[in-house]
Design a binder for this molecule. Structure first.
Ligand code: G6P
Ligand code: MG
Length: 215
């Protein structure tokens, strides 16, 4: 077991907070406008990837092409659906074990970062009132290459002053696990059993994580 861990990098949607369902409903509404059938299984392919790449995937699924103007309008609409649905978001939307792990990690001097594809990450973290636990936040506004490219996690580690082998990445999405592994991080899958074969360790939720094993 790697006992050299000095930093924890958390994906946001589906790892810290319950927003994956809100993203799904917002994409479902967007697909309905396009007349493209879209269900939760299809949504698995969108988890972790950027807003632009998500819309490209939905159009691929429906074998449709649209104008650039319509593309941008649908991106705007999707985000409007999404933001409307998370207006009331608060600490009760944190996933199990999140708050106590952040508190324990901070108490023990481990650095914590957020590594998210979402351009709404900072807004959501402020609504959740947990920004103070993180020394670094890297989100969809900060990277040139979205997940599954490792840039978001590599930037996170660098900004914490750490190297990838000193950090654990917590992820609920295939694209995020690919990004973590490509960057040389220990990848822990959370809350998505489909990740089990691709991660270094799998946990149903963060309550099951034992910091003493790693740090
Ligand atoms: C996340 C989610 C995706 C979401 C993407 C972009 O990582 O897993 O479902 O589509 O970020 O989010 P945004 O808030 O920028 O549309
Ligand atoms: Mg996620």
């Amino acid at each position: 077991m790697n006992k050299q861990i000095k930093g924890l990098i958390f994906d946001l949607d589906g790892v810290l907070v319950t927003t994956e369902h809100n993203h799904f409903i917002a994409w479902k509404n967007t697909s309905d406008i396009l007349g493209i059938p879209f269900d939760e299984e299809d949504n698995e392919q969108l988890k972790g990837i950027s807003r632009v790449d998500s819309l490209k995937k939905i159009l691929e699924m429906g074998k449709k092409t649209i104008s650039e103007e319509m593309f941008n309008e649908l991106l705007r609409k999707k985000n409007e659906f999404y933001l409307n649905s998370i207006q009331e978001i608060n600490q009760s939307n944190l996933l199990p074990g999140v708050l106590s792990l952040l508190q324990t990690a901070n108490f023990n001097g481990l650095k914590c970062a957020v590594g998210s594809s979402s351009k709404n990450a900072r807004f959501i973290l402020s609504k959740l009132q947990i920004e103070n636990y993180f020394s670094v936040i890297v989100d969809g506004n900060d990277v040139s290459f979205p997940k599954p490219h490792p840039e978001v996690f590599i930037r996170g580690a660098e900004l914490m002053g750490l190297i990838p082998s000193e950090c654990i990445v917590f992820e609920d999405a295939q694209s995020g696990v690919q990004a973590a592994k490509a960057g040389g991080f220990t990848a822990i899958g959370v809350g998505n059993p489909a990740l089990m074969d691709f991660v270094d360790s799998y946990l149903p939720n963060l309550n099951e994580f034992s910091l003493e094993e790693y740090a």
